[in-house]
Design a protein around this ligand. Structure first.
Ligand code: SF4
Length: 480
């Protein structure tokens, strides 16, 4: 339990995020009083369980409103991090960085002329990020800088202008069973099987109209991503309906096939026929006991069979793993990673377990931080040793130990969708129940969400399509 009293309620959520990184034990009592005083200098007074800390910064006066607010939040979070770090005698690998994609911060520095070496130094000095994480961030930035502009200019007749490119995202909110840790928008197939075909029908129509909308705005689709949920929960006929209409010539086209038990030869044929060139097959772990415990509903053997079958179709393959699964030791994780490394998939994504609100085991929070940190450290070394390059990174709220998720690729197999979506480089036109579209403009992102409930999605279809059209045509008005 923690309590935060502050006169900066405008950034309360950011401050809470920092407190949460230190106060992970629900039984602990922590009272934080954060007071911000602006005078000739900015003075910050913090009391943690009545122990006092004070910090002072020169008043900043950036003319740019966004930059002013960034600096202000930075000062507040850094001060709070320092106080909590001293009080709990604990440092965090990502220092005062919470709720920020570290690579985006690093990219901002790069764009303002800071060199890679200086970026690593600044992350350590200004944000108290560990040397390893600072260097990892720079490595990722280098991988992205090397490929993304080339791919954008290739898609855009030699120009690196991004405003006329967009990503298309399609959401299939069904899974065979619900994993215990999941809080994505997804429904169990068994209870909702009657909805699958009508959903596919409506979704195909939304995709068709969305592509028309994109063209009418003189934009081109840069990449297509069909995710969920588990898109391969759909029967081949419905899958074809959706994938064929989402297909765009000469683009990176990904379809998640996360649950190995949903993959069949027929569905792989459908994907191939519709132009899908990347798939994701996700065992998460190679331990049967864990798979049962987390409700995955498939076996290790099914994963290997699905992987082998899909290899015959020539897709670029990604494999997702999770570090920090309940009951797993670092040795268990090493076994899983080494088993996957024998397959040498083009992409491996290592996630840190995230206990989110709404996940079945969110109440049973376990102390996994140290073990998970060991797992992540092991994965970094093992993947680098096998020639994999880290190419995107993001962190989620409530991830174990405030750690990160990292996408790794073999040379040349970076997913441009993952990078442009994670770094928010392009607008996203999203289709399907629970899908969130994003519209980008300098310094600003506007979002539009479809209803999460599938029935509501179907019922409100026409109304939502109209709102979507207005949203993308009249940029930056408010939409619920
Ligand atoms: S497969 Fe993915 S989306 Fe489906 S229940 Fe499991 S974690 Fe959630």
């Amino acid at each position: 339990m923690y309590e935060l009293i502050t006169n900066r309620n405008d950034i309360r959520n950011e401050l809470i995020e920092t407190v949460r990184c230190f106060v992970t034990d629900p039984q602990a009592n922590c009272s934080v009083n954060f007071t911000y005083v602006q005078g000739e200098n900015i003075r910050i007074f913090i009391a943690v369980n009545f122990k006092n800390y004070r910090y002072s910064f020169p008043s900043h006066c950036e003319s740019d409103k966004i930059e002013y607010s960034r600096t202000d939040v930075y000062i507040c979070k850094l001060s709070l991090y320092r106080a909590l770090s001293e009080f709990f005698a604990q440092t965090l690998a990502w220092g005062s960085l919470t709720g920020i994609r570290p690579t985006r911060l690093a990219a901002r520095m790069l764009n303002s002329g800071v060199s890679f070496i200086e970026i690593a130094e600044k992350l350590q000095k200004n944000y108290l990020v560990s040397k390893e994480k600072a260097e990892l961030t720079v490595e990722i930035l280098k991988a992205q800088s090397k490929h993304i502009n080339d791919r954008i200019s290739l898609a855009n007749n030699g120009s690196t202008e991004r405003s006329n490119l967009a990503n298309l995202y399609v959401h299939i909110p069904f899974c065979p069973t619900r994993c215990s840790y999941c809080s994505f928008v997804s429904e169990g197939v068994e209870k909702k099987s009657w909805l699958l075909a009508p959903y596919a029908e409506a979704l195909a129509e939304e995709i068709r109209r969305t592509k028309e909308l994109i063209s009418s705005q003189n934009k081109r689709v840069f990449s297509v991503y069909v995710g969920g949920g588990t898109p391969t929960s759909l029967e081949p006929e419905s899958l074809y309906k959706v994938l064929s209409v989402a297909s765009v010539d000469n683009t990176e086209y990904t379809c998640e096939a996360g649950r190995p038990d949903t993959i069949s030869k027929e569905k792989l044929h459908v994907m191939c026929e519709c132009g899908v060139n990347r798939i994701s097959i996700n065992p998460q772990t190679l331990h049967e006991n864990t798979l049962r415990r987390i409700g995955r509903g498939h076996t290790v053997e099914q994963f290997f069979a699905a992987y082998e079958l899909s290899s015959k179709f020539g897709f670029v393959k990604n494999v997702d793993l999770i570090a920090g699964l309940e009951g797993e030791t670092p040795e268990d994780f090493e076994y899983t990673l080494n088993g996957i490394l024998k397959l040498m998939p083009e992409n491996i994504t290592v996630h840190t377990l995230c206990l989110k609100r709404g996940s079945a085991d969110a109440q049973t929070e376990t102390v996994r931080t140290e073990r998970t940190q060991d797992m992540i450290n092991y994965s970094v070394n093992a993947l680098k040793a096998r020639g994999y390059v880290p190419y995107y990174l993001y962190r989620q709220k409530q991830s174990t130990g405030n750690l990160e998720n990292i996408g790794w690729c073999r040379n040349g197999f970076l997913s441009v969708n993952n990078v442009t979506v994670m770094e928010e480089l392009l607008s996203v036109y999203a289709c399907g129940a629970g899908a969130i579209g994003k519209l980008l403009a300098p310094g600003r992102i506007q979002r539009i969400a479809n209803p999460k409930d599938v029935l509501m999605y179907l019922e409100q279809f026409e109304e939502r399509m109209l709102k979507k059209q207005i949203f993308y045509q009249n940029q930056f008005t408010t939409h619920a």
